[in-house]
Design a protein around this ligand. Structure first.
Ligand SMILES: [Zn+2]
Length: 414
């Protein structure tokens, strides 16, 4: 066993000993630069014995423990993705471009250390270039990603730790496809402009991997020690494999209207002479604030808004993070679908705080009792939306770098 693996198993056993991180490890926590969540799955869920003991204590005290994720909502498998990271860094000795690289998959270790499979990027630091910050143990590429505030060398350039899944999400957001290209130099510079953010005395770079991005529901978590507590469930679940989504798509609600797909104008007006396709285009390009005046201005326009087709398009436009709807094959099969209802459902699951329902008598409460079991398996949509939004922030910065309009990234300032 190499040192790297030894450290890792030691770290994991420390995690499982007590909650998420044991106290002495806490100050070394680091977070995903893209989404702000941590890299530990172990310890976030209680053992069956702990659940039993908590339930007993709750019964006696009539209270609810919120120290852990709810085991009825999240399984170990759901949060395992948190442990897979990649490192996005820059190598002065790189072979191509500005020397930026992305490693293969690795994981967090103790004392702010991460190690990863080197992967096949031509700019990965090799052993002959290794410095005290880059050690290849057991064939792995290892480095600290946690900036020690007391370190005299403030210019040490740490790579950014990013969940593998978050990097996949970013690839979709940037390229529009699952396997699209990313310009790593532009990405590294884009993210580099956001170093040196939250808290801490260091103005150069934040010491724990997270950036000055809005991390939405987990914004507070990357500022301090991260604890996986009740309410975090949707945001710690695997953002790609949402178990209920394929079941939901296989039984989408059917439209009650026979006229799905076509408006039913009742009197001639200015819009009645326009083909439906054009009305749809107008509907799509209108800002939200103009939607209501537009619908009230014309019966035809109002009729068009009842078209299921419009809601399907609007779903793809407004909620691109449920890309499964964009990628549905054999469109004809979905002609009868009540897309207005689907839009509403996805909107609720993406934005509303349905996950904030608390345990009451050991039961998960939902307003939609009939679909309770399925809703539980769809809560990850909110987590996916959160990461998608983080990626969109990075996309904005990335585009500026590509256009030569971005700020100077951190590594060029010193
Ligand atoms: Zn992440």
């Amino acid at each position: 066993m190499n040192t790297s693996n030894l450290n890792r198993s030691h770290w994991l056993s420390a995690l499982t000993t007590r909650g998420h991180f044991s106290a002495y490890m806490g100050s070394w926590d680091f977070y995903c630069a893209l989404c702000g969540a941590g890299f530990a799955a172990s310890g976030a869920l209680p053992s069956p014995e702990e659940v039993e003991s908590m339930r007993r204590a709750m019964e006696e005290a009539g209270e609810v423990s919120d120290e852990y994720l709810h085991a009825d909502l999240v399984t170990e498998e759901d949060i395992q993705w948190l442990e897979d990271l990649r490192l996005l860094g820059r190598n002065d000795h790189g072979r191509i471009g500005k020397g930026c690289y992305i490693t293969g998959i690795g994981g967090a270790e103790d004392y702010g250390w991460a190690s990863a499979d080197p992967g096949d990027h031509p700019n990965i630091p090799t052993p002959e270039w290794a410095t005290e910050n880059y050690h290849g143990l057991g064939g792995k590429f290892g480095t600290s990603v946690y900036w020690e505030l007391s370190s005299p060398d403030i210019s040490t350039e740490m790579p950014l730790p990013i969940h593998d899944r978050c990097f996949q999400m970013l690839r979709r957001v940037i390229s529009g496809t699952e396997n699209g290209e990313i310009d790593l130099d532009a990405l590294y510079d884009a993210m580099g402009t956001m170093r040196g953010g939250h808290g801490g005395p260091c103005k150069l770079m934040f010491n724990n991997g997270s950036l000055r991005l809005d991390y939405y529901e987990l914004a507070e978590h990357s500022l301090e020690q991260f604890w996986s507590t009740v309410g975090c469930e949707p945001f710690l679940m695997n953002p790609f494999d949402i178990s209920g989504l394929s079941d939901y798509i296989s039984q989408l609600p059917k439209s009650p209207a026979k006229t799905a797909g076509s408006p039913t104008p009742t009197s001639p007006d200015i819009f009645s002479r326009l083909p439906l396709e054009l009305l749809v285009e107008i509907f799509m390009y209108l800002p939200k604030s103009s939607l209501l005046p537009f619908l009230l201005s014309s019966r035809t326009a109002h009729g068009a808004s009842r078209s299921q087709w419009i809601w399907k398009k609007r779903l793809q436009l407004d909620m691109p993070w449920v890309w499964e709807f964009r990628e549905l094959k054999r469109d004809g099969e979905f002609d009868e679908v009540d897309w207005h209802a689907v839009y509403g459902k996805m909107s609720v699951l993406s934005f509303r705080k349905v996950w904030e329902k608390k345990w009451k008598g050991n039961r998960w409460y939902s307003e939609d009792g009939e679909n309770d079991a399925l809703n539980r398996r769809l809560i990850g949509i909110a987590g996916r939306r959160r990461i998608w939004n983080c990626c969109e922030e990075v996309l904005e910065l990335y585009r500026k770098q590509l256009a030569g309009e971005g700020e100077t990234p951190w590594w060029k300032r010193y």
